[in-house]
Design a protein around this ligand. Structure first.
Ligand code: GTP
Ligand code: SPV
Ligand code: MN
Length: 608
C-alpha cells in the first residue's frame, strides 16, 4: 500500500451539510475532477493527519520537537513567494465599481478565461472542502464561507487562520449568504506522475466577483493568493458587503490599551503590508504603567454597534506574520507565540532542526540551509530567509491575547491610526482635526513598497487606507463610505479620533530617527492622552502635533535634533506632496467626495 492509501480518509458528506453547499461542491468537483473529495471537520486528528501526509510527500519538513514542537517548515516554489497584485482582479459588472486602483475584467470574460484553467485542474489530487467562519462563531458580525482547495497546505493553514469545520457547517441556515471560494494550485497530476513539494502554475489568477460574492484563485499556493478567507474574503469581498450593509472591512490591527490610571481603550490601526501591524498589535510598552493586549494583527471589521459606538472584531483566528525582523529585541511576544504548533514558510533551517531568519537573533548562525534548500553561510551574500517568509500560528497562542478578543459584539474603538513607511516628510505623529480630515489622511497614505507583494522594493506608492491591494470596490467610493459612517456615528455623538503615525522617518545619514518597536508606546501614550483630554496639541498645516516637550521621551536616548527632525514640516515638499495628491485624485474621474478634495484645499491654504 502507498502512503497515500494509508493516510487518506475518504470522508462522506457530513450529516446536515447545507444543500446549497453540497450542490456547489458537486459542481466544482465536476469541473475540476479531483480524485477524492474530503470535507474538513476541523479536528486536531484531521490536522495531524494532513501534516503527516505533507511530511510524507515532502511539502512539509518536521522541525526538531525539542526546539519547536509540533512545527513545520514549508518551502514554496521560488516563483510563488508573495501576493501577485498584477494578477489580482475585481470582476464587477461595471468597471467603475472596480476603480482605477484595481485590475478590472468583465465577469463574463473572466469566467470564460477561468473555465479551461479549472477544467480538470484537480486531477490526481484531493479536493478539501473547508467550511469557515470569519469572526467568532455565532457573532452577528461574523460571515461564513466555504473554500475548496486542492492544496493540503492551504487546508491546514485555513485551520489555523480561521474557524473551520463541522461547528461552522452547523451555523448555516437555508437563508445564509455565504462566500464561495475556489482555489486550485493549477497542477493536475496524470496517473503515475510524481508530485513536487510545492505545486503551482506559472499562470496565476486571483479573481473576485463582488456581485455574486465569489472568489476563484488559480496557480498560487502562497499566503493571500491562496488562504482565501484572508485578503480575498475578509477584505475584497467583505469591503463590498460592508459598503452595501453600512459597515467597514479594513486592513487594520486591533489592540486593547490600559493606561496607568486603569482606563481601557481600544485602538484600530491601518498600515500597509509589512509596515508594522503585527509589531504594534503585540507591543510591549517601554513606559511604566501602560499595558497593550492583542485583538488582531491584520484585519478589522468595524460597524456601528447598538450603543451607537464604532465597534470592531478581528475576523481571523490566527496570524500570518512576517518572519524577518521578528526577534526578542523587536517583538518578544511574537517569539513567545511561535514556540510550537506553527507552520513556517520560506524561512531558513538550522542544523539542529529549528528555524532562523534575519533579525531573529543578534548572532547569525555559522551555517544554515536557506529558504530554497541550499547550503548557506553569512558569506553567501543573500538572505537566508525570504524577505516575505512568514509564520502561521493560532491567535490563542499569543501570550498578550486580550480577554475580549472574541467578544461577539466587538470592542468599542476609541482611536484610529493610519501609518506608512515614509523616509521623509511625514512626522512621527499627527492628529486629524476631525473625522473628515482623518479620512483625508487615510486617503493620502503613501508608503515604500515591501516584499509582501511582487514589485520594486522601496518605491513610493499610494496606498490609501492601506487598502490599495484589498479594496473590492472603487477606492473613491470607499472614502465616501467612510464619510457616511462618520456621519452616522456623529448622530449619536461618539466618533473615534483619527491619527497618523510614521515610525520610519530617516535622517540624512539614512538611519531611522525613531527607535520604534516598544518605544512606539510613547506615541500611543500621546494619542490616548489626547483621547482622554489630558494634553493640548499644536496646530500645524497638516494637522495637530504634540507641543514641544509633551511627547514622553523620559529615559529615551534620542537627540534634540533627531526629535525636531521627526516633527519637521517642510513647506516646499508638502506643497509638492499636495500636487501629487491632486494628480492622484484626478485619476478617479470626479468621483472623489467633495469633503475629501476640500481637505486638500485646506492643506494648500494653510501651507501658503
Ligand atoms: P502584513 O502582515 O504584510 O500586513 O504586515 P504587518 O503590517 O503586520 O507587518 P509587521 O508588523 O510584520 O512588520 C514588518 C516589518 O516592519 C518587520 O520587518 C518589522 O521588523 C518592521 N517594523 C515593525 N515595527 C517597526 C518599527 O517600529 N520600526 C522599524 N524601524 N521597523 C519596524
Ligand atoms: C499582506 O500582504 O498584507 C499580508 C500577507 O498580510 S498576505 O496574506 O499574503 O496577503
Ligand atoms: Mn496584511
Amino acid at each position: 500500500m502507498s502512503i497515500a492509501e494509508i493516510t487518506r480518509t475518504q470522508s462522506p458528506v457530513p450529516d446536515g451539510a447545507p444543500e446549497s453547499v453540497v450542490a456547489w461542491v458537486d459542481e466544482i468537483a465536476a469541473l475540476t475532477l479531483p480524485d477524492d473529495v474530503v470535507w474538513c471537520d476541523g479536528s486536531r486528528a484531521e490536522w495531524d493527519a494532513l501534516a503527516r501526509e505533507m511530511v510524507a510527500s515532502g511539502t512539509l519538513i518536521r522541525l526538531n520537537a525539542e526546539h519547536r514542537p509540533y512545527s513545520f517548515l514549508a518551502r514554496s516554489d521560488p516563483n510563488d513567494v508573495a501576493r501577485v497584485e498584477d494578477r489580482t482582479f475585481i470582476c464587477s459588472v461595471d468597471p467603475v465599481d472596480a476603480g482605477p486602483t484595481n485590475n478590472w475584467m468583465d465577469p463574463i470574460e473572466m469566467r470564460a478565461t477561468l473555465q479551461p484553467l479549472f477544467s480538470g485542474s484537480m486531477r490526481g489530487r484531493t479536493m478539501y472542502v473547508v467550511p469557515f467562519s470569519m469572526g467568532p462563531l455565532g457573532s452577528p458580525l461574523s460571515r461564513l464561507g466555504v473554500e475548496v482547495t486542492d492544496s493540503p497546505y492551504v487546508a491546514a493553514s485555513m485551520g489555523i487562520m480561521t474557524r473551520i469545520g463541522t461547528e461552522v457547517l452547523s451555523q448555516f441556515t437555508p437563508t445564509t449568504q455565504w462566500v464561495r471560494a475556489v482555489h486550485s494550485v493549477g497542477a493536475p497530476l496524470s496517473p503515475g506522475q510524481d508530485d513536487v513539494p510545492w505545486p503551482c502554475n506559472e499562470t496565476k489568477y486571483i479573481t473576485h466577483f463582488p456581485e455574486s460574492r465569489e472568489i476563484w484563485s488559480f496557480g498560487s499556493g502562497y499566503g493571500g493568493n491562496a488562504l482565501l478567507g484572508k485578503k480575498s474574503f475578509a477584505l475584497r469581498i467583505a469591503s463590498v458587503m460592508a459598503r452595501d450593509e453600512g459597515w467597514l472591512a479594513e486592513h487594520m490591527l486591533i489592540i486593547k490599551v490600559t493606561n496607568p490610571r486603569g482606563r481601557v481603550f481600544h485602538v484600530a490601526a491601518a498600515f500597509p503590508s509589512a509596515c508594522g501591524k503585527t509589531n504594534l498589535a503585540m507591543l510591549k510598552p517601554t513606559i511604566p504603567g501602560w499595558k497593550v493586549e492583542t485583538i488582531g494583527d491584520d484585519i478589522a471589521w468595524l460597524g456601528r454597534g447598538e450603543d451607537g459606538r464604532l465597534r470592531a472584531i478581528n475576523p481571523e483566528a490566527g496570524f500570518f506574520g512576517v518572519a524577518p525582523g521578528t526577534g526578542y529585541s523587536t517583538n518578544a511576544t511574537a517569539m513567545d507565540t511561535i514556540w510550537g504548533n506553527t507552520i513556517f514558510t520560506n524561512v531558513a533551517l538550522r542544523d539542529d532542526g529549528d528555524v532562523w531568519w534575519e533579525g531573529m537573533s543578534d548572532t547569525v548562525p555559522a551555517q544554515l540551509t536557506d529558504w530554497e534548500g541550499n547550503p548557506w553561510t553569512p558569506a553567501s551574500g543573500r538572505p537566508a530567509a525570504h524577505p516575505n517568509s512568514r509564520f502561521t500560528v493560532a491567535a490563542r497562542q499569543c501570550p498578550s491575547i486580550s480577554d475580549d478578543w472574541e467578544d461577539p459584539r466587538g470592542v468599542v474603538i476609541d482611536a484610529i491610526i493610519f501609518g506608512g513607511r515614509r523616509a521623509t516628510n511625514v512626522p512621527l505623529v499627527v492628529e486629524a482635526r476631525d473625522w473628515e480630515h482623518g479620512v483625508y489622511l487615510g486617503a493620502t497614505i503613501s508608503s515604500e513598497r515591501t516584499a509582501a507583494a511582487e514589485g520594486t522594493l522601496g518605491e513610493l506608492r499610494r496606498d490609501p487606507f492601506a487598502m490599495a491591494p484589498f479594496c473590492g470596490y472603487n477606492m473613491a467610493d470607499h472614502w465616501a463610505h467612510w464619510l457616511s459612517v462618520g456621519a452616522e456615528l456623529r448622530k449619536t455623538g461618539s466618533v473615534p479620533r483619527i491619527f497618523q503615525v510614521n515610525w520610519f522617518r530617516k535622517g540624512a545619514d539614512g538611519r531611522f530617527l525613531w527607535p520604534g518597536f516598544g518605544e512606539n508606546s510613547r506615541v500611543i501614550e500621546w494619542i490616548l492622552e489626547r483621547v482622554d483630554g489630558q494634553v493640548a496639541a499644536e496646530e500645524s498645516p497638516i494637522g495637530l502635533l504634540p507641543h514641544a516637550g509633551e511627547l514622553n521621551v523620559d529615559g529615551l536616548d534620542i537627540s534634540d535634533d533627531d526629535l525636531s527632525e521627526l516633527f519637521a514640516i517642510d513647506r516646499e515638499t508638502w506643497l509638492a506632496e499636495a500636487d501629487a495628491t491632486s494628480e492622484f485624485f484626478e485619476s478617479f474621474d470626479g468621483r472623489v467626495p467633495a469633503a475629501v478634495t476640500k481637505q486638500l484645499d485646506i492643506l494648500r491654504s494653510k501651507l501658503a
